[in-house]
Design a protein around this ligand. Structure first.
Ligand SMILES: *Cc1c(COP(=O)(O)O)cnc(C)c1O
Length: 402
């Protein structure tokens, strides 16, 4: 497979990071120099062959790319469709997050930074950041909500083992939103020697653009692979959405294909009508959080509502700005899946294919059962299997009681 290098997409933001009205750079003045420095550096490397040769070296030799596009035979038979899984779960450290942290780590080194910081929900981005820090000789501090520290203890230990310092964040809902607040606060006072590695396609410009570029390798590979296997474009491409990075990575090279419908799945939690969910696009309104304008779960007077999801990686009240834009443009279809539906899919995939998905990825799998029977017949569907379920074992043991 040829080296990956991003292409300029139709959905690139403008020079100040706006996707339509969304995105932008809503940060305190003290952070502007750091963001402008990063913006200038990313402009230099975005299409630079030397930079990408190094990124590709690590993606191939260290991460294990390209990840397979696996035809799920049992699922296909059961549904009367052709279901393919893009196996991001097989990447080193167990999810798609490492695609992004490798590239951001190399960018940090280029910029002469000696420390990286990261926020994390499920802990996958924290682990991917701590891994890259160990690999590249950088110091690493990870901010994680106290609630997530409790439900993702395996990943917390992994980060510590890799040499990272983990800050348990006690404010607010004690989840990803609060971890990101603290990471930004830390960055404000330490930007000189510290690079902030954001884990999803969100935050102030240029992060949403950068992270989308870094994850777009997923669909670049998947497109080649599906053409080789079936000779045609898929009918549907499905991915779960926390901040939206695995989804944008999965959609990037398919979004302009006439035949292909891209479908993003938000966390339905206890159900959209329950008020306990993470469906920012379905039930949020545009607002500003973490340096960007995007759909956001908020109360009538603009207080940020707590998100809810069984999966820590989807437990976020906001969403990357490009998704807000793609939804309003009608380019991508969005739906949601509840905690219960995701847990059912978690067991279903484990037993039908011998693949234990991350709780997050189980949301995308569960969508297969929401497609009406007559509609799914004969369709070719690619699912982004964004991560593996190892990190979720303690929580699964409590819920499933097998
Ligand atoms: C972090 C994570 C997600 C959600 O993040 P996105 O930026 O929306 O992709 C999904 N799946 C897994 C396995 C994750 O670790």
């Amino acid at each position: 497979m040829q080296d990956y290098i991003p292409t300029a997409f139709d959905f690139d933001p403008d020079a100040r990071g706006h996707f339509g009205i969304f995105g932008g750079r809503f940060v305190p003045e003290t952070l502007m120099p750091a963001l402008l420095e990063l913006d200038a550096e990313y402009k230099k490397v975005r299409f630079d062959e030397e930079f990408w040769a190094e990124v590709n070296y690590y993606l191939r030799e260290y991460v294990g790319r390209p990840s397979p596009l696996y035809r799920a035979a049992s699922l296909s038979k059961e549904l009367g469709a052709e279901v393919y899984l893009k196996r991001e779960d097989l990447n080193h450290t167990g999810a798609h997050k490492i695609n992004n942290t490798i590239a951001q780590g190399l960018l940090a080194k280029r910029m002469g930074k000696t420390k990286i910081i990261a926020e994390t929900g499920a802990g996958q981005h924290g682990v991917a950041s701590a891994t890259v820090a160990a690999l590249m000789g950088l110091e690493c501090e990870v901010f994680m909500g106290a609630k997530d520290v409790a439900r993702q203890e395996l990943n917390v230990f992994r980060m510590k083992l890799l040499g990272a310092k983990v800050h348990s964040v006690e404010s607010g809902s004690k989840t990803l939103k609060d971890a990101m607040n603290d990471a930004i606060r830390h960055w404000v006072t330490n930007a000189r020697d510290t690079f902030y590695v954001i884990g999803t396609a969100a935050g102030p410009h240029p992060y949403p653009l950068m992270v989308r570029d870094f994850q777009a390798i997923i669909s670049k590979e998947a497109k080649e692979q599906i053409l080789q296997k079936t000779g045609a474009m898929p009918d549907m491409v499905v991915a779960c959405i926390g901040g939206g990075s695995n989804a944008l990575g999965m959609f990037a090279h398919f979004i302009n294909e006439e035949k292909t419908q891209c479908i993003g799945i938000e966390a339905g939690g206890h159900g959209l009508e329950s008020g306990k969910h993470g469906a920012s696009l379905a039930l949020g309104r545009p607002g500003i959080l973490h340096g960007q304008l995007s759909y956001l779960l908020q109360s009538a007077d603009g207080q940020i509502d707590e998100a809810h999801s069984i999966s820590a990686g989807l437990d976020y009240p906001g969403i990357g700005p490009e998704h807000s834009y793609l939804m309003e443009q009608g380019k991508v279809m969005y739906d949601s899946v509840t905690d219960d539906e995701a847990m059912e899919a978690f067991v279903w995939l484990s037993r039908a294919e011998g693949i234990v998905p991350a709780f997050e990825s189980a949301h995308a799998i569960a969508y297969l059962k929401k497609i009406p029977k007559e509609e799914i017949k004969g369709k070719v569907i690619i699912i982004s299997l964004s991560g593996r379920g190892d990190k979720d074992m303690p929580q699964a043991m409590e819920i499933l009681k097998l």
